[in-house]
Design a binder for this molecule. Structure first.
Ligand SMILES: Cc1ncc(COP(=O)(O)O)c(C=O)c1O
Length: 433
């Protein structure tokens, strides 16, 4: 037994060495750190093209008008149960409307095999902590139960795909998504890589529309070929749907690839991670869903699958938050509010389109060296503008314009007041750096 006089020494040691003193280094999240740097900058002409959030013409956040209407309706209803727990699966009415929005159920005839009376019955849906949570839950489900050899992640991609699948413990491989010469989707590279190297039950991450960060999407013919390849090789498509309706202004059009896989290509089993952050402007409310499509089988697996998902949810966060999902449910369930939502989608997507064209026109006017057509050809919130990392750093240093070091810009940070300034800055760094 040690003497009493040793006790203070032990105490000192305890104070100097923390249990957490040798944590492995973690990468910075670039969009959020660029945003932090922008906030710190006091330059009067600073421009934020880093973070992926919608901004109105005056550079401010824009609560959708329809969301404000729904919030008022919910408030006036004074439902005494409004702060109660949800079911573990989530709000069932919300989930059905969310699945209808993705798959287009109830909209015209499906060409799904005739044995399926209701194609809805093939889809298991659970509410998640927005799109990130849906990606994470889907990764966990597949990692634990299917044990894929690897996940194929587009290069480049939304950086969080790597974090999510790393945490799920699945080996990550990439396929070459972007052709920097044509500044478009690298169809040949993608097909070649997956044909040669992907194995049965590997997962393939696909951005359903408005690819983040490039804004370059496959054509319909290319989607068709991707579906055939996944079918032939027994790959598991995992759609990330973060921009439905926000990309083109038309929620049906933006879900085309998923519906094609489901209805026309009869893709037996796949996942869809759905986010309502961008298309409802509900970023901080964390509204989303994971939909898992199951194959028509003799033994129906949907109940077991739902139980497994609920088990994972319960151990992770018990259930998703209810407030934002109630707003989305209120809008989607009411034809009048739905119409207003479509109008708001048009407002957002058209402003972004207008800014793409204005930036392009300004660069043409300045005769900026290079081909800038991709700015108007690409779709959604982001564009790979085509600046190198030193040019990105120079534009930040000299002009206080913030973007990701890959040259990804969020078009929604542009407006009539700053677009000329941004074009001038691009012109300058392209000529001098
Ligand atoms: C491709 C992609 N997937 C998923 C998300 C998830 O967003 P959230 O978790 O806010 O719904 C985003 C957000 O930027 C995204 O761009």
């Amino acid at each position: 037994m040690g003497s009493i006089s040793e006790a203070p020494d032990l105490g000192k040691k305890r104070q100097t060495i923390s249990l957490f003193s040798s944590l492995p280094p973690t990468p910075l999240d670039e969009p959020f750190s660029v945003n932090g740097a922008y906030i710190q900058d006091s330059h009067p002409q600073k421009v934020n093209l880093g973070i992926g959030v919608y901004r109105s013409e005056d550079g401010a956040p824009w609560p959708l008008r329809v969301v404000e209407d729904a919030e008022k309706e919910l408030y006036d209803a004074k439902n005494v149960g409004r702060h109660e727990y949800l079911a573990i699966q989530g709000d069932r009415a919300f989930l059905q409307l969310a699945a209808d929005l993705v798959f287009g159920f109830g909209k015209g005839k499906s060409s799904a095999p005739a044995v399926i009376e209701d194609p809805r019955s093939r889809v298991v849906s659970v509410q998640t902590v927005s799109g990130t949570g849906a990606n994470r839950l889907g990764a966990e489900l597949l990692a634990r139960n299917i044990r894929p050899g690897c996940v194929w992640i587009p290069d480049p991609t939304w950086a969080n795909h790597h974090t999510i699948w790393e945490l799920a413990g699945v080996e990550r491989k990439t396929y070459p998504y972007y052709d920097s010469v044509s500044q478009s989707f690298n169809f040949e590279g993608t097909i070649r890589t997956l044909s040669e190297s992907a194995r049965k039950n590997d997962v393939v991450i696909l951005h359903a529309c408005a690819h983040n960060p490039t804004g370059a999407d496959p054509t319909r013919e290319q989607w068709d070929a991707l579906a055939k390849l996944c079918n032939a090789k027994g790959l598991i498509p995992f759609f990330d749907l973060a921009y439905q309706g926000f990309a083109s202004g038309d929620a049906d059009k933006d879900a085309w690839a998923i519906r094609h896989f489901f209805n026309d290509m009869h893709m037996p089993e796949f996942c869809v991670a759905q986010s309502f952050s961008k298309n409802f402007g509900l970023y901080g409310q964390r509204v989303g869903a994971l939909h898992v499509v199951t194959r028509p089988a003799v033994h129906d697996v949907t109940q077991d699958l739902q139980a497994t998902l609920c088990h994972l949810i319960r151990g992770e966060y018990s259930m998703a938050p209810r407030g934002g999902a109630e707003i989305v449910r209120t809008v989607l369930a009411d034809q009048r509010l739905r119409e207003r939502w479509f109008e708001d989608l048009t407002t957002m997507s058209q402003r972004i389109q207008r800014m793409r064209h204005t930036l392009y026109d300004e660069l043409l006017k300045l005769k900026t060296p290079g081909d800038w057509k991709h700015i108007v050809n690409q779709i959604g919130m982001f564009t790979y503008i085509g600046l190198s990392e030193p040019q990105v750093l120079a534009i930040r240093e000299e002009y206080h314009i913030y973007m990701l070091k890959s040259g990804r810009i969020s078009i929604s940070g542009l407006n009539e007041r700053n677009v000329g300034y941004v074009a001038q800055a691009i012109d300058d760094v392209v000529r001098t750096t």
